[in-house]
Design a protein around this ligand. Structure first.
Ligand code: SF4
Length: 436
């Protein structure tokens, strides 16, 4: 048993879980392989937030059945939100899967692989921190969610909120920085409620400050995702105050109509959300705002949809993750509300949101033209360097040198709604020396 492959769908939490499980398997001596069918251990990390994500997982599981039948000694694992507290139904449906694991519950697979490899995981597996991280890394700081929005399955699959100790997180960030990471994103389904369950109840502002001051090698700190009701003045102040906390906040509004927000049990109104965005923008000049939005929620009228559209038009977000509502079995909405907006109408609403957002982004991004931006170079694409501004805008530029992981000053020469292009500003030497 020498290789593993993790296939991941879904949110950043899933991607972080996959990286961590990979770190555990590598500590047992396995190596990552890019081709699933060459691996001795295949893990599918699943998502059920939307129907198409679940369909992709089922398709992948089905396609791997002949592989498993040909290779009975190899290991197939299903992890993530598709696996509930009881996996009997999944076991009956996919009997050729060796192990089922809920999110973050890596132990059954680690034990199985340890047994097969003749290694005692208790003795040799350390903290699950990626051994070869990229320039940017995700750090889960709080698992689960206590909010129970009526459309969402996550609290039933990821459980109640459990925060990781602050000192452990600072130490993890320190380890990541020592391995070359320049930027960490502190992750949670509701990252703003971090710490309420810990002794002394530190909050996200405390954690931001502790990582900022405790790990000066990190160039950038981000966090996501926030719930509007938990976005405190202390958190806003920390973003405004800490130079290496990036001015970019992901704050889902989900719907513009007050009745729809109430049916979603989001706990705020259209006016309250707008007021919060105003406070964030007043405190953090130039902050980029990102949001999530559902169209076609059960009972959403045309007028209520227009409220969502107006929100996108008025609040001028830097990114909108819009999705058409689909019923998720097991949620409150699935039990109590009829999915009564026709699919064609959902598609029309989605297109309308996307059209408005494209014109908003055309305007926002054009304001970058001629400016010089600090860009963290995180990879190459089609022969060009790519990186992100502090506000998380994607930037492409050319240079012959190896700039991976460097903070560079880039003068923006062209903009589109989806990215910026530029050239290195004069005298980049100061930023070249940033990374050890
Ligand atoms: S805040 Fe709502 S939408 Fe977000 S994970 Fe929790 S229940 Fe789901």
């Amino acid at each position: 048993m020498s290789s593993y492959h993790v296939w991941t769908v879904g949110c950043q939490m899933n991607k972080a879980d996959s990286e961590r499980l990979g770190a555990g398997l590598e500590q047992l001596g396995l190596e990552w392989t890019p081709t699933a069918k060459d691996a001795d251990v295949i893990i599918l990390n699943s998502c059920v937030v939307r129907q198409n994500a679940e369909d992709r997982v089922v398709g992948m599981l089905t396609s791997l059945k002949p592989w498993k039948q040909r290779n009975p000694d190899k290991t197939l694992a299903l992890m993530g939100c598709m696996v509930g507290p009881k996996s009997d139904e999944l076991r009956a449906r996919f009997p050729y899967v060796d192990v089922f694991m809920q999110p973050q519950q890596f132990e059954p697979l680690i034990r199985m692989v340890g047994d097969k490899a003749g290694v005692d995981p208790d003795g040799c597996v350390g903290p699950f921190v990626p051994g070869h991280p990229k320039v940017t890394a995700h750090v889960p700081i709080i698992h689960g969610c206590d909010k129970f929005c009526t459309f969402c399955i996550i609290p039933y699959r990821r459980g109640r909120e459990v925060s990781r100790p602050l000192e452990e997180l600072v130490e993890e960030c320190r380890m990541l920085a020592a391995r070359g990471v320049q930027e960490v994103t502190l992750l949670g389904q509701n990252v703003d409620s971090y710490g309420h369950d810990l002794p002394g109840a530190p909050d996200l502002a405390d954690l931001l400050e502790a990582v900022h001051d405790g790990v000066p090698e990190l160039a950038r700190i981000r966090f996501l995702t926030s719930h509007p009701n938990d976005m405190s003045e202390r958190i806003i102040d920390a973003v405004a105050r800490l130079p290496r906390a990036m001015e970019c906040i992901n704050l889902p509004f989900q719907a513009g109509g007050d009745d729809v927000l109430a049916a979603m049990r989001r706990g705020y109104t259209n006016a309250q959300y707008r007021e919060l965005v105003g406070r964030v923008r007043a405190a953090v000049p130039g902050v980029a705002m990102v949001t999530d939005l559902i169209v076609g929620f059960p009972g959403e009228t045309e007028a209520q949809f227009e409220d969502s559209l107006a929100m996108v038009q008025d609040l001028r977000f830097d990114k909108v993750h819009a999705a058409a509502y689909s019923t998720r079995p097991g949620t409150i909405a699935a039990r109590k509300l009829e999915d009564d907006v026709p699919d064609e109408e959902k598609k029309r609403r989605l297109r309308a949101i996307e059209d408005v957002q494209e014109s908003v982004l055309t305007e926002i991004n054009s304001t970058y033209l001629g400016s010089t931006e600090e860009v963290l170079v995180d990879g190459r694409s089609r022969g060009r360097w790519q990186g992100r501004t502090r506000s998380d805008k994607l930037v492409f530029f050319d240079d012959e040198r190896d700039l991976l992981g460097r903070l560079m000053q880039v003068r923006i020469t062209r903009t589109t709604p989806w990215s910026l292009q530029g050239r290195l500003a004069e005298a980049p030497a100061a930023s070249l020396s940033f990374r050890a």
